[in-house]
Design a protein around this ligand. Structure first.
Ligand SMILES: NC(=O)c1ccc[n+]([C@@H]2O[C@H](COP(=O)([O-])OP(=O)(O)OC[C@H]3O[C@@H](n4cnc5c(N)ncnc54)[C@H](OP(=O)(O)O)[C@@H]3O)[C@@H](O)[C@H]2O)c1
Length: 326
C-alpha cells in the first residue's frame, strides 16, 4: 500500500485508512466481536496502518473493540482517537482544562489498551473553550509522550490557524467527498499552506457513492441513513446523475464507483488520507484498492469538469444525526 506523510508529527500512514466506527456505532447492525476483531486483522494484513476511532462511538465501546482488534500489531500502526469536552465539565481555568483533557485521554488509553495514541483529535470545537487553550493542552500531552500529534474535526479556518499557532497540528479530520465539498474553499487550502494533513471522514458519503444503495432500502437502529437528508428518497433520486457519472468513469477504468470517488480525492490533494469504513471484507479490500487507482491528468480534469455541472441534494449534519438519540 502506498504511504503518505502527514502533518507536524510526520506520521507515515497508508494512503487509505480504515474508519472503525461502523464496527459498533452509527450504521445499525454490527458484526459480532470475533468477526470485528478478525476484520481489523485483515485490514492490517491488507497493508492499511491507519485506524480511526473515538471515545464517543458506542460510549467507549468502539475504543475497547479496537483495543482488542489491534493488540497484536498496535506499535506497527497509526492509531487515532477523539475527545469531546462535555458542557458539565469544569474547565474555567487552564489547569482544570488540562486535568479534564488528560482524564479523557487516560480513559481512552485504558480502553484502547495502549500507553499512547498517535493522533488525538478534538472531535467538535467547543464554543466555551478557546481553541488556543486546547492546543496548549495538546502540546503538554505531546511533551508527556501520551500523544504523538493532534488535530481538530469539523473546524473552521480561523480555529485551525489560531490553534496551529500554539501547537502545530498533524491533521484536520472533516467531512469530505464528491457530495460534500464545503471545506475545499478555505480549510483544505489552509491545511496545504500550513502543512497539516487532511483526513476526509464519510469519504463515500456514507456509502452512497458506491452506487450500491437504492432509494427503497430500509435502515434500522442507530443507522445515520435513517435521518441524514442525503438518503431521503427524493434526494437519492435527484442525485442519480452523480452515480451515473461515477459508473461511467469506473467502467472506463475497469474499477468501481467507490474506487473512483476515493481515487479522485487522492489525486486532488497529496496531503489527504480518506478513512472509509465498512463491516465487509470485500468492500474494505475494494476501498483500500483505491490507493492503486491512478488517474491521468486528463481523466481527473474530466471528472472535475463533469462534477462542476452536477447539483447535490441533501447532506449529513450533526443536528440531523442527533434526532436518532432523542
Ligand atoms: N470526525 C467525525 O466527526 C466523524 C464522523 C463520521 C465518521 N468518522 C470516521 O470516518 C469513518 C468513515 O466514515 P463513515 O463510516 O461515516 O462513512 P463512509 O466511509 O463514507 O461510509 C460507510 C458506509 O458505507 C458503506 N460502504 C463502505 N464501503 C463501501 C463499498 N465499497 N460499497 C458499498 N458500501 C460501502 C458501509 O456499509 P457496510 O459496513 O455495510 O459495508 C457504511 O455503511 C468512520 O468509520 C469514522 O471513523 C468521523
Amino acid at each position: 500500500m502506498k504511504k503518505r506523510k502527514i502533518g507536524a508529527a510526520g506520521l507515515e500512514v497508508s494512503a487509505v485508512g480504515y474508519g472503525c466506527m461502523g464496527l459498533s456505532h452509527g450504521y445499525g447492525a454490527t458484526p459480532d466481536k470475533k468477526e470485528a476483531i478478525r476484520l481489523m486483522s485483515q485490514v492490517y494484513e491488507s497493508g492499511c496502518n491507519f485506524f480511526d476511532t473515538a471515545e464517543g462511538y458506542s460510549a467507549g465501546g468502539n475504543e475497547e473493540l479496537v483495543g482488542e482488534g489491534i493488540a497484536s500489531f498496535r506499535r506497527e500502526i497509526i492509531l487515532a482517537t477523539k475527545f469531546v469536552i462535555r458542557p458539565d465539565e469544569e474547565v474555567s481555568t487552564i489547569p482544570q482544562l488540562m486535568r479534564v483533557v488528560e482524564a479523557h485521554l487516560d480513559a481512552s488509553l485504558k480502553r484502547l489498551n495502549t500507553d499512547y495514541v498517535d493522533l488525538y483529535y478534538q472531535h467538535r470545537i467547543s464554543k466555551q473553550i478557546p481553541v488556543e487553550a486546547i492546543a496548549w493542552c495538546m502540546g503538554e500531552l505531546i511533551k508527556k509522550g501520551k500523544i504523538r500529534g493532534w488535530g481538530q474535526s469539523q473546524s473552521t479556518v480561523e480555529q485551525i490557524r489560531l490553534a496551529h499557532a500554539v501547537t502545530p497540528m498533524t491533521a484536520v479530520q472533516s467531512e469530505y467527498s464528491m457530495m460534500e465539498r464545503m471545506f475545499e474553499k478555505e480549510v483544505i487550502p489552509a491545511c496545504s499552506e500550513l502543512g497539516i494533513g487532511f483526513i476526509p471522514f464519510s469519504p463515500l458519503a456514507s456509502g452512497f457513492l458506491s452506487g450500491k444503495y437504492t432509494s427503497g432500502q430500509e435502515y434500522k437502529g442507530d443507522d445515520v441513513r435513517r435521518v441524514i437528508t442525503r438518503f431521503e428518497k427524493e434526494n437519492m433520486e435527484a442525485n442519480q446523475p452523480l452515480l451515473d457519472l461515477l459508473r461511467l468513469f469506473a467502467q472506463e477504468k475497469n474499477v468501481t464507483s467507490a474506487q473512483i470517488s476515493l481515487a479522485w480525492m487522492l489525486h486532488k490533494y497529496d496531503f489527504l488520507v480518506p478513512i472509509p469504513g465498512s463491516r465487509k471484507m470485500e468492500r474494505i479490500v475494494e476501498n483500500l484498492g483505491a490507493a492503486d487507482v491512478v488517474l491521468t491528468k486528463e481523466e481527473f480534469d474530466k471528472i472535475e469538469a463533469e462534477l462542476s455541472k452536477i447539483e447535490i441534494y441533501g447532506n449529513r449534519t450533526d443536528e440531523d444525526i442527533a434526532k436518532l438519540y432523542r
